[in-house]
Design a protein around this ligand. Structure first.
Ligand code: SF4
Length: 309
């Protein structure tokens, strides 16, 4: 088993307009959204459910009305028997993220796993519960040899330390069994962005524009850092994976940006625009930023992203 992890945005705290938060989190790379069952009907009625949801398990939930594509549940510690009874009566692919507290780990192989394996169509994912990053890593390492199931990393308790969690994620990636992770934050847009940037940093996911600028040398004739900063700032809303090269001279720049989707090679008296490795036009010096932003936005639009400007 080898998984490409997904990031989860926690929408349970979304208050003002959950759908806006949902769309914003999606644009920032979230692949799964954690919602309360009570948020479900409002979201569903407005046509926003697209099979990407993780519902917090609630025994009062009338799950018979759910679309089968939505049968993903976060099941809290102590809820396994109720969940298993419910799941036994239903067929289909149900993905259950089972939160597992340390005092329940010993029950895993004797009770939980046989019970779950007796239910057709249920795909368990184990989510260890721990108050901090070192204990989360320790719990995940205890669970890995006990079962073949993937792990979801939901540090829902205690304080969140991004550096310590990066270490946890990177330590567990080699196992190939990390299913998903959630960065806790009161703002789901922030948690989605932070989780996705972690995936990008670990080179597990491509999301948004990747800028490559030349290291500069004596040939560089343009204010490279300033141009990169301006273009980056004006394209921060784009989620389409694109490689953009910004090179500091027209002598070697075109060759060095041949693997980019879009690029410029600039010089003191002007530069060239490069698309898919080919020089496609000349640019005046004052046009560098605007031309790059325009081309990046157009390419993202051509690849299906609904963006303005
Ligand atoms: S692209 Fe030009 S300025 Fe940049 S490092 Fe290469 S030779 Fe130097």
């Amino acid at each position: 088993m080898s998984l490409v992890p997904i990031s989860i945005a926690d929408l349970r705290g979304a208050t003002a307009e959950p759908l806006d938060d949902l769309r914003a989190a999606k644009m920032r790379g979230a692949g799964l959204f954690l919602v309360h069952s009570r948020q479900l009907s409002a979201t569903s009625e407005r046509g926003a459910l697209e099979g990407d949801f993780l519902l917090e398990w609630d025994e009062t939930l009338d799950a018979t009305t759910l679309d089968p594509s939505l049968w993903r549940f976060l099941v809290g510690p102590g809820q396994f028997p109720a969940f298993a009874r419910w799941a036994r009566n239903r067929l289909g692919n149900i993905e259950a993220l089972l939160q597992l507290a340390p005092d329940e780990e010993s029950d895993l192989t004797c009770c939980v796993v046989p019970h779950l394996e007796a239910i057709p169509g249920v795909k368990p994912v184990l989510a260890p519960v721990a108050p901090d990053a070192p204990q989360l890593l320790a719990a995940a390492r205890r669970l890995l040899p006990l079962t073949p199931y993937p792990l979801s990393l939901l540090p829902l308790t205690g304080s969140y330390d991004p550096d310590a969690m990066t270490l946890v994620f990177s330590s567990l990636m080699e196992s190939g069994r990390v299913h998903s992770f959630l960065v806790p934050s009161p703002d789901p847009r922030h948690s989605a962005a932070a989780a996705t940037s972690l995936l990008n940093a670990l080179e597990l996911r491509r999301f948004g524009v990747n800028y490559v600028s030349c290291p500069t040398c004596g040939r560089c004739e343009i204010p490279l850092e300033e141009i990169v900063a301006q273009v980056r700032q004006q394209t921060s809303d784009i989620s389409t994976p694109l490689n953009v090269a910004i090179m500091g001279c027209v002598v070697n720049g075109p060759g060095e940006s041949k693997h980019a989707d879009i690029g410029i090679a600039g010089g003191r008296s002007g530069g060239v625009l490069i698309k898919n490795g080919q020089v496609v036009g000349k640019l005046e010096k004052h046009e560098f930023v605007d031309a790059l932003v325009r081309e990046i936005r157009q390419m993202a639009r051509d690849r299906g992203e609904p963006i303005s400007g």
